[in-house]
Design a protein around this ligand. Structure first.
Ligand code: SAM
Length: 285
């Protein structure tokens, strides 16, 4: 293992466990022990982690409500040569957690920002979901009100990539009802709940079956949850209008084979289906 040295004037973005306290790297612990100060979303919450590893270090709060003010203070400390670690309550800071303004500010000032990788609920859920991972989109929290949630889902109706959301399990039934309404009951959905904890559950089914399963078992409405929705499957006989428009543009510049390969890559649709379409289009042009 390479020598671990804490660099001066560096902001470390340290990932912490999402449940099981053992899910933290040696490097993260070393950084938390040796930086000049740890900026925490909630100092009391982080104290539990520090105590579990017998780490005694200075902490300061940095949450959504004081981030702008803290960013000046932290940047000043860094400019004076101090090192700072940023942690959130769980997982990777900035991922649906505070820290974006601070990191942007530090980078704008030319200060070093260094990630200490570790747990992230979205990536952990995705890794166990069994849905395509080659291309995916992280959508953060779904809106809590049904109207806004349906509008968000509607905007994503033709998204072909796997979609990852954070949601509260107490809303799970309402959310999955909206998925059935907007995306259809056949769409595959994975619910990853209480990851790395005692009641860890990863359950996958069609939206309508998942809804029935949730309605039957109120225990599934507790704790923390990631929802993953399978991307829209393109019917090869029904090429969407935006794909056709791009394909036409590409066909005016290059040979059909290349144009179809590029359009297929952009939209995640089958190359062969596009090729057949392109040939049919040529005969009708
Ligand atoms: N920064 C964190 C990360 O890297 O995952 C996410 C913070 S966000 C405020 C908290 C949300 O993450 C929860 O509402 C839930 O959707 C998800 N989450 C966090 N821990 C989880 C766990 N152990 N199992 C399932 N989902 C979890």
């Amino acid at each position: 293992m390479s020598e671990q040295i804490i660099q001066p004037s560096t902001l470390y973005i340290v990932a912490t466990p999402i449940g099981n306290l053992a899910d933290i790297s040696k490097r993260a612990l070393h950084v938390l022990e040796n930086v000049d100060v740890i900026a925490c979303e909630d100092t009391r919450h982080t104290q539990r982690l520090l105590s579990a590893y017998s780490i005694k270090n200075r902490t300061m709060s940095m949450h959504d409500h004081n981030e702008r003010q803290r960013q000046e203070q932290i940047a000043k400390l860094l400019q004076e040569g101090k090192s700072v670690a940023l942690v959130s309550d769980a997982g990777t800071p900035l991922i649906s957690d505070p820290g974006f303004h601070l990191v942007r500010h530090c980078r704008q000032l030319g200060l070093a920002v260094s990630p200490i990788p570790g747990a992230c609920a979205a990536i952990s859920a995705l890794s166990a979901a069994g849905l395509p991972t080659d291309r995916f989109t992280f959508e953060g929290f779904l809106p809590s009100k049904s109207g806004a949630r349906q509008a968000t889902l509607n905007d994503l109706a033709s998204e072909t990539r796997t979609m990852v959301f954070y949601d509260a399990p107490r809303r799970a039934i309402d959310t999955v009802e909206d998925i059935v309404k907007v995306l259809g009951g056949e769409r595959y959905v994975v619910m990853a709940r209480e990851l790395t904890k005692t009641f860890e559950t990863v359950h996958s089914d069609t939206a309508e079956n998942l809804l029935a399963w949730l309605q039957e078992d109120p225990n599934q409405l507790k704790g923390e949850m990631v929802l993953i929705i399978e991307g829209h499957k393109v019917d090869p006989n029904k090429i969407p209008a935006n794909v056709v428009a791009t394909l036409k543009l590409l066909l005016s510049e290059m040979k059909p084979k290349k144009a179809c390969a590029i359009a297929a890559e952009i939209y995640g649709v089958k190359k062969n289906a596009l090729y057949e379409y392109a040939l049919a289009m040529k005969t009708t042009l």
